[in-house]
Design a binder for this molecule. Structure first.
Ligand code: HEM
Length: 431
């Protein structure tokens, strides 16, 4: 099928487009080759492929930032903000009364709605507040390390440590009972991973309609859960984030049901998989390089750098989409109102114009201006919490861990949206 409609830049080879549109290429890093070619040859390429709406693939760090910064000109919510094919889009529109969003989330709100909704919880996530959570997070981290120790020297670090830990933290912040955490874990996986047969239980990747239907069902299950929680918090307010969301008002009016449930789902899901993927990525690198492990163990002041580098390296969210609000020029190209843009954070994080030796994992990298948390008005609200959680887990873990190595090659999510290590068998010793 025809792939390109570009004027000055060279045609984008079919094999590059194949990689971009192949979920398995994200699981084994082959997509990095596509990004590298695009950055060098066609950093703002228009991709046209049958079955998909045409889109621009934005691969340079500077362009990703600039488009994110101009959130009046490039909206996050006018079209789908994660990339799916035409059939999937049509399905979502059909089951949602024409709205492209299954979930009404601040991630997909635009001015003037976005900021008042963001401000409802922003204080909760500011460093001054999340630092207050340090002791309770440390308790959860110690429990995670104890569970790892109890395996006796062999475990699947992703499945047994890094996935449950951030989930436990965020559920704690919400005040969700521990007994319900497995439900939240399953729903998060289902919302973000339905391209991956390992998640859905299907033998092959789902069709676009099945994919969208699967997500729709998951959102309904989330909604049921959180509506009950919210009603409970309105009746019995507590000092937790669920109470803040349940009682949220803008201009004196309660926020809509959809916005309320969307808030819960966004915080529960955005704060879970992403942090666990970055956590596993850091441990993978240390397991592959005993010298680096020895360095950080001997000098815990290296931990914040390890955290930043693992978040850059793994880039858990591969992209978000934006669309042009009006006809405009960008990077010397003409855009029409509605044109769809894929901000490839993973590519921005390997941009050689910004990062020295970008394909090298370097916990001493400074500065480390990665775009894993996005940029501009939507910059990840949970970034301080994510970094705090990772730092505390590593402090607790490295105080006891004396060696770690891979027991088998890690496996990664097959998804072009959110993904990273899903399974990582390790052998280790602990003091
Ligand atoms: C390593 C971990 C994380 C990564 C890589 C990550 C990544 C991102 C990205 C890429 C965005 C969108 C930025 C944009 O559109 O410009 C975002 C937004 C957001 N994140 Fe995170 N995130 C992480 C952890 C968390 C945590 C722990 C929470 C909460 C507990 C959280 C909550 C949110 C929320 C609510 C937004 C929407 C902000 C807005 O639209 O104003 N994230 N995150």
């Amino acid at each position: 099928m025809a792939t390109i409609a570009k004027t000055a830049a060279p045609a984008v080879p079919e094999k590059i487009v194949d990689l971009l549109l192949d979920p398995t290429a994200y699981a084994d890093d082959r997509v990095l080759d596509a990004y590298s070619w695009l950055r060098a040859n066609a950093p703002f390429a228009l991709i046209e492929r049958e079955g998909f709406d045409p889109f621009r693939v934005v691969t340079r760090h500077a362009d990703i930032r600039e488009i994110s910064r101009q959130n009046n000109l490039f909206h996050a919510g006018d079209r789908m903000n994660n990339f799916i094919d035409k059939a999937g889009t049509d399905y979502v529109l059909s089951v949602n009364n024409g709205s492209p969003h299954l979930v009404e989330s601040i991630v997909s709100m635009d001015p003037p709605r976005h900021m008042p909704h963001r401000l409802l919880t922003q204080n909760w996530f500011m460093p001054a507040n999340v630092r207050k959570l340090e002791e309770s997070i440390r308790t959860i981290a110690r429990e995670a390390v104890d569970r790892m120790a109890a395996t006796g020297g062999r475990c699947d670090f992703a499945k047994e440590v890094s996935f449950s830990y951030p989930l436990h933290v965020i559920m704690n912040i919400f005040g969700v009972p521990q007994a319900d955490e497995p439900i939240m874990y399953r729903l998060t996986q289902e919302l973000f991973g339905p391209q991956d047969p390992d998640v859905t239980g299907a033998t092959e990747a789902l069709s676009a309609e099945d994919y969208a239907a699967y997500q729709h069902k998951t959102v309904a299950a989330f909604s049921d859960y959180f509506e009950t929680l919210s009603a409970e918090r309105r009746a019995n307010p507590r000092d937790d984030l669920a109470t803040v969301i349940a009682n949220a008002r803008i201009g004196g009016e309660p926020i809509t049901k959809r916005a309320e449930v969307g808030y819960y789902i966004t915080v529960a899901t955005a704060g879970h998989d992403t942090t666990s993927i970055s956590t596993a990525a850091a441990i993978e690198q240390l397991a592959r390089d005993p010298q680096q492990f020895a360095n950080v163990k001997a000098d815990p002041s290296l931990i914040p750098g390890l955290v930043d580098e693992a978040i850059r390296w793994s880039t858990p969210i591969k992209h978000f989409m934006r669309s042009a609000v009006e006809d405009t020029e960008f990077a010397g190209e003409h855009l029409k109102a509605g044109d769809w843009l894929m901000l490839c954070y993973m590519s921005g994080n390997r941009d050689e114009a910004v990062f020295d030796q970008p394909n090298r994992f370097d916990m001493r990298r400074k500065p480390n201006n990665h775009v894993s948390f996005g940029y501009g008005a939507h910059l990840c609200i949970g970034q301080h919490l994510a970094k705090l959680e990772m730092r505390i887990l590593f402090e607790e873990l490295f105080a006891r861990l004396t060696s770690i190595e891979l027991d088998a090659e890690p496996s990664r999510t097959k998804s072009w949206f959110i993904g990273g290590i899903r399974s990582m068998p390790v052998r280790f010793t602990m003091a």
